[in-house]
Design a protein around this ligand. Sequence first.
Ligand code: FES
Length: 158
Amino acid sequence: MSRGDFLWAGWSMLAAFFAASAAAGARFMFPNVIYEPSQKFNAGQASGYDLGVSTKWLNEQRVWIVRTPSGFYAMWARCTHLGCTPNWWGDQNRFKCPCHGSNYTMDGDVIAGPAPMPLWRTKVMLAPTGDLIVDKAILENKPGKREEPPYFAPYAAA
Ligand code: FES
């Protein structure tokens, strides 16, 4: 190997090293981010809901919409024991978790089973259009707080 070839190989390796370092630095500027779907959704016209528990959004959004005489609340359909999806039993007026038997009232309070706390309510708002906007990213389950906006949307039927 001539002296020129040796120098050329050395400079090439050095250039490759700096190029790889620059590429790694550039990649660092674009972190691995998982883009999840929005936790907010439009649950449709408030006037379209009857009094009581609606399971309309259970499969798609894992949320129950509950209409009371004075307004709406939305509950995240996730058992607070180990996360199973409870079922609404209208004839018994309660949610029942199929996994370990926790029971909840329509308000989300625990009345049987191992669940350690009430079901979570989500933020819910009544848009000027009359639509219910539910945001599952904002949750509350403390009695007293959960009955107030933004976890309760007052609504008086026309
Ligand atoms: S996950 Fe619901 S009772 Fe265990």
